[in-house]
Design a protein around this ligand. Sequence first.
Ligand SMILES: Nc1ncnc2c1ncn2[C@@H]1O[C@H](COP(=O)(O)OP(=O)(O)OP(=O)(O)O)[C@@H](O)[C@H]1O
Length: 568
Amino acid sequence: MVLRDAMRTASNALTDAVRVSPGWLVLCCLLVLVQSVLPGAQVLLISQLVDGLAGGGRPWGALVVLTVVVGLMYPLGQVALAAGQRLTLWLKLHYRVELADAAARLSPSRLADPAVVTDLEASQAATEPLGQLASRPVQVLGAAVTSAGLCTAIWSINPLSGALVLAALVPTVFAFSLISRMESAGWPKVAEQDRRAAYATEQLIRQRSGTELAVLGSGAKVAALAARHRTAATVVLDGMIAVAMWWELAAAVATALLFGGALAALVLGGASGGAAAAAVAGTISGLNAIRLCGYAFGSIVTATPQARIYRRFVASVPPAAPQTVVPVVESVALDNVTYRYPGADRPAFSNVSLSARRGELVALVGVNGAGKTTAVNLLVGGLTPCAGRILIDGRDAADLTEPERLGHFGLLVQEFGRFEFTLRDAVALGMPGDVPDDVIRTALAAAHYDRLSPDTQLGQQWGGIGISGGQWQRVALARIHLRNAGIWILDEPTSAIDAEAERDIFAGLQRTKQHRITLVVSHRASTLVEMDRIYVLDEGRVVQHGTYQQLIADPAGRFARLCAAQEG
Ligand SMILES: Nc1ncnc2c1ncn2[C@@H]1O[C@H](COP(=O)(O)OP(=O)(O)OP(=O)(O)O)[C@@H](O)[C@H]1O
């Protein structure tokens, strides 16, 4: 099983190397193969040289060739190493680019699955060992050729010695199979602890969370959490190294005994002095080859689980489907929709029906946990209803492909991205393809943020400018203006924006509303006066709906109580 999996991993890595960097792979193979026949040749030449000298001759031929062979070993080894490193470099680049492409194709519904995010992170970590994988089977092959060459050379002197030299490979391969199986079980635990430690460390070094922790004086607590996870990972690793050390020691002793047996068989078989000297030199080369073979084989087996996660993840992401923005949508509706989060004991969203038509400004309002974000995720397809339908222009959204469905929406989420690119690039993310500067400027003006040049680099860490939370929100809003899809979903679109600009932004939405359906998610009653219809959500149900005036007129209603609580 371990062997079969390792062979599949090795063959996949070689296939990738053939595609990505065939030149370096071929050079690597050639150099390693040439290098691997040298120890066998060395044995024969030493035997001839020593026996020739003992016989009183001057074996110049053997001496010259032996000098060439020994002289070639070191430079060939160095060049093979460099070729292997270059192969690794290009493969690593290939895997990183391939993974970034796959991550860019992830749909919101897949991103909502925590297992997908875990796999993505594991795949990211896998690009490093994966890059090194292709040179490993070449090294194993080289070691096998070295052993076979030595075996043949020594066999010609004494067959039993030759067989023992070949058998000396077995303990190492066996030990590394066991070590690798143990490591395959241990690595996921190490990776999990490392992931948690990295997350905690990130909180310390990210500007926003780091500042909050510094102000709270609680950085040390987070550092202690990170240390706890790192320690747990280190303990698992340390245990694995201890076990591996014993297995390697046992294999080394068994190998030494087999080589010793090979030498003893030579002596008992009455070998000449030259043969004995050659066998000793061959033993040293053989031990090196076996050590390298064990290491390379172990690396393949250890990387196998990571390679499997990487390949499964990349293969699971469908090819890019171009998204076409749909600029005109007549209606959108939730039709009796129920949704229960996996593992939750009751639905977060129960039998909700609501609708909006082109030209309407519709609000979803409710306290924390009322179900507003769930409603948004159901609409855009991040979540799939347990019952009921989402209708876009009367058509069940479940019948649309994910890119088709997403093309209907411009979504401004509360946790909008603060993309520290140039202002042009940060806004141009709003729509596919290249966007001319005048279109970028128009979008920024619509979001009331037109005082900076599109060339401005955002983010001080890149030598650019720092901008405020409200200004970031306007950049995000400019992306929605640029996208200009038929349905706009704005989740607290002005939460970080000052009252004056907020008024302007809502007046702008009101003025241009006939072109689209606008759904606004908000807690704040002051922003809702402009709305044509308001749905009040409570514990996952629509408890009231109507215009602002209708809802406020019922002092016992949920909406009026919500407003009163906010004003109070
Ligand atoms: N991933 C999740 N798994 C399980 N339950 C969840 C998940 N996300 C939200 N919930 C639960 O679903 C309910 C509705 O949450 P939702 O995020 O939709 O509320 P919300 O109205 O957007 O709240 P807020 O105003 O705080 O953003 C809550 O009870 C919440 O605890």
